[in-house]
Design a protein around this ligand. Structure first.
Ligand code: R5P
Length: 306
């Protein structure tokens, strides 16, 4: 196969085969042929169709819905690689579900991020993930974790034409992320004080920072139901920001009411990455930036290659 790198191979789970293909292309490596099927009772049945003996295998699986099925499929694929004699099995999980459960909010809850980390730890040698929800998530893993940051990629994509803009974190948890963006763009930062009422409802207590008369660039890691963005836009307009609003986030889940919430808002641009397949609920203006080259660069660095 010409210049194809045979020592590294990419194995695609069913959640995001497009990203797996782009990654294989960026790496100059090949995709492992595999069958993903089910037994009549619903059990998943996976089978590798290529030899992975002595290969470094990169299994690409984003943990989108159905999350449990995709997680189990990844574990089965990793086990098949291990039993097939792979040299090392790395999970490339650009979007890691359960990462938001990195602490117990109330008594009686599990530490979801730790449960997922333990399951992955039994199957993988290493994990590559993109913009984890918090620094604490990495601590849930006993595996080595390569944490890819999209901050520079996204900051470049949303760089405004004028200096009359402000970078906004829609909650306290994202303050550090927004500060990094603001520094990269040479702009001031504002932080919204948000509290969550339920999985899809949030309320805003106030905006800290100067937003009046400014265009706003709202930076978050995830847009899920878009309750956070809807509340942030309302708070910014209420505090005098202009209607020139950009939303940028690494993981564009766009689930449930997200599309209906976002469409009526005065948002000029929505920029997300391809850590997930494009959701049918994403508003038409949504721009998607590829992370394949960044992940490929991380893999090359791991091998000391250019
Ligand atoms: C919360 O801590 C995250 O950083 C996001 O702000 C949140 O997950 C977004 O969820 P939603 O779009 O449902 O408000």
């Amino acid at each position: 196969m010409g210049d194809v790198r045979e020592e590294w191979v990419v194995l695609a789970g069913s959640s995001h085969p497009e990203l797996a293909s782009s990654l294989a292309q960026s790496l100059g490596s090949r995709l492992v042929h595999r069958t993903l099927d089910r037994f009549p009772d619903g059990e998943q049945r996976v089978q590798l169709r290529d030899d992975v003996r002595d290969r470094e295998v990169y299994v690409v699986q984003s943990l989108i819905a159905p999350i449990g099925d995709h997680l189990l499929e990844l574990l089965l694929l990793a086990d098949a690689c291990r039993r097939g004699g792979a040299k090392q099995v790395t999970g490339v999980i650009p979007y890691l579900a359960y990462a938001r459960q990195d602490r117990r909010e109330v008594e009686g809850m599990p530490l979801g991020a730790r449960v997922v980390a333990d399951a992955l730890g039994g199957a993988l040698d290493r994990l590559i993930s993109v913009d984890l929800h918090s620094a604490g998530v990495e601590g849930c893993f006993s595996l080595p974790v390569e944490h890819v940051s999209c901050a520079a990629l996204l900051a470049d994509a949303v760089r405004p034409g004028s200096a009359e803009a402000v970078v906004v974190s829609p909650d306290l948890g994202g303050a550090k992320r927004a500060e990094r963006f603001a520094r990269a763009l040479g702009l001031p930062v504002a932080i919204i004080h948000k509290s969550r009422r339920s999985g899809s409802e949030v309320s805003v207590q106030g905006v800290v920072g100067e937003v009046e008369g400014r265009a706003a660039i709202i930076v978050d890691d995830i847009v899920s139901t878009a309750g956070t963005i809807e509340a942030a836009v309302g708070a910014l307009l209420g505090a005098g920001a202009t209607k020139d609003i950009t939303v940028c986030a690494t993981h564009g889940l766009f689930v449930g009411p997200a599309g209906d919430r976002l469409r009526p808002l005065p948002i000029r641009r929505i920029v997300v990455t391809d850590t997930l397949p494009r959701s049918p609920s994403a508003p038409a203006i949504t721009e998607v930036i590829s992370t394949a080259a960044l992940v490929a660069e991380t893999i090359r660095k791991l091998h000391g290659a250019k």
